[in-house]
Design a protein. Structure first.
Length: 550
């Protein structure tokens, strides 16, 4: 056996059974405390399984999860169930098989309990609306910050004696935690409008559990002012990005700043234009009329004489005047159509009326590029080149009235990149509060265990390893200091003779008290440990001494 192991075994044997048992108990206690603290403080993180549950649902979900061996916890409000991270999907599948939760926000599972016998169309419509409300409420509760939601929908209805159809509408009540309730309300309006047929977002009203109106009426994001502002911001961001892409390879991302202000016109325009082309003609219709006329006239005349009155007298006729005529007529009519073009233009875009650009450049960077001996004229020339580069990258138009200004200035030390909003100290502490508490508690427990457990044990081990420091006088010295059986009983209380090594001017008892200050019982116990037989003989002699005196 190696000498080191033999030395360790010898030291352990020198402690005695009592000290070894005490050391073993302290070590076991320390290990138990550290183990329990580690298990308790390093429990797995919990994540939300369901929120807004009824008390009965919480109880049933707890029973099912306990039977399945899945750990769970109930929120402080009593309406939410938490499970260890990573077991959410398994827990939800298990609960879905059991038909849980069965809260008031029931969805399309309502049709599972509806019988077809005796079911009227009105009942079917009401069940459909209830199922739709429950499904929308479930979706709204999945939004971050929304703890509970309730939806009321009024569907469109066409009555027999009503001329106009009633438009659908909806109202939503949410219980929200956070500061972005208005922003979430706008999202909820569009969600409900998209889920209900024929429902527009301006017909959805959103309130919180305190009765505060979060959104109602027209959507402010669809107004002309909001649209114009959004277009301006988009144009300014795009132009600023063009400037950064142009100057970053040359100056670096931290050596210039650009600011853009754009005046944008977002008015809708509709233009109709008709163009006639006189140089281009097309025959529309052609009409031709042609007439030919020919006539001959001949007249025979009998002369008037006496012979005509005589009977049986033959008269001869003579030819009268003759005439002939011929007429030709041709008529042609051509109709022409003038060429025309009609243009209708509808524009819903935007136009940039004016643009103002300001760019500041780090003067030290220009000096680094040009050299430390750069003159103001060289810097001004380089600034002019940068201005031309910015004008080309942004689409600068002097006729439009655009303004551009580039200046070289000294930057403040520490201006690195775009300012990024860092989370505050309170926000960071709030994010890691649970981890910090667990780590701090574990450190405190380990410190207390080490201070109150390991330190005394180490002290006992050190003291046991050096028995001369606490043993005091040897057994022979203590035995000589005790009265002998032949001495009178009164001598028991007398002071013992000086011990070897005692200080001058002090009694051996005082010196002994200065070193160890043991009680008489402890000294007797020490004597018994050193030599039991010798101590028993001394005690028997002390017990017989009074009888001898008497």
């Amino acid at each position: 056996m190696p000498e080191q192991i033999q030395s360790i075994i010898a030291n352990l044997k020198s402690f005695g059974v009592r000290r070894l048992a005490l050391m073993g108990g302290i070590a076991a206690l320390v290990m138990a405390v550290i183990g329990i603290a580690s298990v308790y403080l390093n429990r797995p993180a919990y994540e939300t399984l369901y929120v807004g549950l009824e008390r009965s649902d919480v109880n049933q979900i707890g029973l099912v999860l306990a039977d399945a061996g899945i750990g769970f916890d109930v929120g402080s409000d009593g309406t939410s169930v938490l499970v260890p991270a990573g077991t959410t999907a398994q827990a939800r599948m298990l609960l879905a098989e059991k038909g849980l939760p069965t809260s008031a926000n029931a969805g399309y599972e309502l049709f599972d309990n509806v019988g077809s016998l005796g079911l009227t169309s009105f009942m079917q419509q009401i069940t459909r609306v209830r199922a739709l409300e429950g499904e929308i409420a479930r979706t709204i509760q999945s939004i971050s910050g929304v703890k509970a939601a309730r939806v009321h929908i009024v569907m469109s209805e066409r009555a027999n004696f009503r001329r106009d159809e009633q438009q659908p509408s909806a109202s939503v009540v949410i219980r929200y935690t956070g500061n972005d309730a208005e922003k979430s309300a706008m999202s909820i309006r569009h969600l409900v409008a998209a889920a209900v047929p024929g429902l527009s977002a301006d017909k959805v009203t959103v309130l919180d559990s305190n009765g505060n109106l979060l959104a109602a009426g027209d959507d402010p994001s669809n107004t002309s002012a909001a649209r114009t502002l959004g277009v301006e911001q988009t144009v300014e961001a795009q132009i600023g990005d063009n400037i950064r892409r142009a100057l970053t390879p040359y100056l670096g991302p931290d050596n210039f700043r650009a600011s853009v202000k754009a005046d944008v016109n977002t008015d809708s325009r509709q233009t109709e234009e008709t163009i006639f082309d006189p140089n281009s003609r097309v025959e529309r219709s052609v009409q031709s009329v042609k007439t030919n006329e020919a006539s001959n006239q001949k007249q025979a005349s009998t002369p008037t004489s006496v012979e005509q009155n005589l009977p049986e007298t033959q008269t001869t006729s003579t030819e009268g005047p003759q005439s002939s005529s011929q007429n030709d007529r041709k008529e042609e009519i051509t109709n022409y159509e003038i060429n025309s073009k009609k243009i209708a233009t509808v524009s819903n875009g935007y136009t940039v009326n004016k643009m103002s650009i300001a760019v500041v450049v780090n003067q030290d960077r220009l000096k680094t590029i040009l050299g430390k001996e750069a003159t103001p004229e060289q810097i001004a020339k380089r600034v002019a080149d940068i201005q031309k580069m910015v004008a080309s990258a942004t689409g600068f138009d002097d006729k439009r009235g655009d303004v551009i200004d580039v200046s070289a200035v000294e930057f403040i030390n520490g201006l690195d990149g775009e300012p990024i909003e860092q989370p505050g100290i309170l926000a960071s502490i709030g994010t890691y509060t649970g981890t910090l508490i667990n780590a701090g508690a574990f450190i405190v427990v380990v410190f207390l265990v080490a201070f109150f457990g390991l330190k005394p044990m180490a002290t006992a081990l050190t003291a046991s390893a050096n028995p001369a420091a606490i043993a005091g006088p040897s057994f022979d010295d203590v035995q000589r200091s005790l009265p002998t059986p032949d001495a009178p009983v009164a001598a028991i209380t007398a002071e013992p003779p000086p011990l070897p090594g005692a200080r001058a001017g002090a009694t051996p008892l005082d010196d002994l008290r200065q070193k160890i200050r043991p009680a008489p019982q402890e000294r007797l116990a020490r004597m018994v440990d050193l030599n039991e037989e010798r101590t028993a003989q001394i005690l028997r002699k002390w017990a017989a001494a009074p009888e001898a005196v008497g």
